[in-house]
Design a binder for this molecule. Structure first.
Ligand code: AMP
Ligand code: ZN
Length: 112
């Protein structure tokens, strides 16, 4: 838990979110600024800043997060989807609590 982290505050319900999945390790909610008809974020409850801060101790958690993507995408009616993990400022990361973006729906996504 990091006191100035927006996703930690979502985990503790101090900030509301459009959450639709939760278990003991992970929460999933819709992105507040969606870039596709369906766009959600898979977020661990554990505060880890980015993929670059992960090590072998996070292996099971990362695997679990990744395997949730197709399950939840299917539940939301997606037939295909894109996953994205922005890492570091140069990687476009804005919220420094690791998360997987999952998005799709509507038109076929462009290649880039
Ligand atoms: P990133 O650039 O990978 O760090 O992405 C951060 C994402 O978090 C952006 O797509 C934001 O729209 C999203 N975001 C920021 N604040 C919230 C919030 N309170 N609820 C839901 N999504 C958020
Ligand atoms: Zn956090």
């Amino acid at each position: 838990m990091s006191t100035d982290c927006i996703f930690c505050k979502i985990v503790t319900n101090d900030i509301p979110s459009n959450k639709f999945y939760e278990d003991d390790e992970v929460i999933v909610f819709h992105d507040i600024r969606p870039i596709a008809p369906v766009h959600f974020l898979i977020v661990p409850k554990l505060h880890v800043e980015s993929l670059a801060d992960c090590d072998e101790t996070h292996q099971n958690l990362l695997g679990k997060m990744l395997l949730l993507a197709p399950k939840l995408a299917t539940q939301l009616g997606l037939k295909g989807f894109r996953t994205m993990i922005n890492t570091g400022r140069e990687g476009g990361q804005e919220v420094f609590h690791i998360h997987i973006h999952v998005f799709g729906g509507g038109e076929t996504l462009p290649k880039t």
